[in-house]
Design a protein around this ligand. Structure first.
Ligand SMILES: [Zn+2]
Length: 359
């Protein structure tokens, strides 16, 4: 009984040959692989928990004519890093920045979303790059996915919350398919610029990402977003720029807004009391999009904030620091990322204590 932020196709592990594929270099532990011809692949961390988010950077001393990387079945969507060379062919709407922070190198970036239910294990992230006037290069980097430590919550509620009517089930299924199709669509243009922000002013707590809930003995799907308890009417702001692709009343998540930020990145805002945008609107970071409410399958007001990256449900809180930290330079990442739960932020709003059935 929850709002399901659908996943795309399952990610396929590089079974068996993983050990042979990884670039063996002293820098591997830092999430860096040397691909030859002066091309380097860097990861913000070589380890991610389920529901985690990584930043990939490909750097080259010469301009790259093409870059392609795959994470399982997903083809990653790159953008040009700020202040680096802009080649003739690049999928971005951003103008080259005047500030040059990478010494004139060509650097491309992509977000790697590790779905909340991605099996733990060791995987290969595969890269091919085509330097201008040079031979193609390819290499792989190892990404270890470790199990998330998610809370399990057992609740007894009225049966109607666990057994929707056939009509409600049909409606919810139709909406699930609609959302799945939206999240599987990769708009080939980057519509955000800079770092993401929290959608609520003063919001500081969201620790329930990934929580497993058992309602009346029936295990539900894991919680695919972060809940921010807040009074009804609290303004909700766009976490970044993008295009409104959903501004609608849905069965589970009530009044819902979804923003397409481009490159397969979407943010989701659920249970709103009012919606201030309509589908097709273009919003900027910080624009008012609605107000906190308790619509849909909930019993208390809060904002459900979700983030999907190429169909992977990830902890939205992580994108805040990830893009801020690596805005200008790709410094050495920490080898041991903290778990998504520990990355939760605190809230000045007190929880209503009421269970949110749809989340
Ligand atoms: Zn929720």
């Amino acid at each position: 009984m929850r709002v399901e932020i659908p996943i795309g196709a399952a990610l396929i592990p590089a079974i068996g040959v993983a050990g042979l594929l990884f670039c063996v270099s002293p820098a591997k532990a830092q999430g860096t692989a040397h691909c030859g011809n002066g091309v380097e692949l860097r990861l913000s961390a070589p380890v991610a928990a389920q529901g985690g988010l990584l930043l990939l950077e490909v750097r080259s001393k010469v301009s790259l004519a093409d870059v392609e990387a795959h994470w399982g079945e997903k083809k990653l969507a790159f953008w040009q890093a700020e202040g680096t060379k802009a080649p003739a062919k690049v999928e971005t709407n951003e103008a080259p920045k005047a500030q040059n922070t990478t010494g004139g190198e060509d650097a491309r970036r992509a977000l790697v979303g590790v779905d909340l239910e991605h099996p733990a294990g060791r995987y290969a992230l595969k890269l091919t790059a085509k330097p201008e006037n040079g031979a193609d290069v390819s290499c792989n980097a190892a990404v270890t996915v470790r199990a998330g430590h998610f809370a399990v919550e057992r609740l007894q509620v009225e049966p109607k919350f666990v057994q929707p009517s056939p009509e409600d089930l049909a409606r919810a299924e139709k909406e699930r398919l609609r959302l799945r199709e939206i999240f599987a669509t990769v708009t080939p243009v980057k519509l955000w610029e800079g770092s993401f922000r929290l959608p609520l002013d003063g919001a500081r707590q969201a620790s329930n990402f990934g929580r497993r809930r058992v309602l009346n003995g029936q295990p539900g799907s894991p919680h695919g977003g972060a809940d921010f308890p807040a009074p009804t009417g609290t303004p909700v702001y766009a976490a970044q720029g993008g295009r409104i692709v959903v501004a609608d009343a849905l069965y589970f998540s009530g009044n819902t807004v979804v923003i397409d930020h481009g490159l397969g990145v979407y943010t989701f805002y659920g249970h709103l009391s009012s919606v201030k945008v309509k589908e097709g609107d273009v919003v900027k970071r910080g624009d008012l999009i609605g107000e906190v409410g308790a619509t849909g399958r909930v019993t208390g007001p809060h904002l459900h904030w979700g983030l999907t990256v190429e169909g992977a449900r990830v902890n939205p809180v992580q994108i805040l620091s990830l893009l801020r930290r690596y805005r200008y330079s790709f410094s050495r990442p920490s080898v041991r990322p903290r778990s998504p739960r520990k990355r939760g932020v605190q809230s000045r709003f007190k929880s209503s204590g009421a269970p949110s059935l749809a989340e």
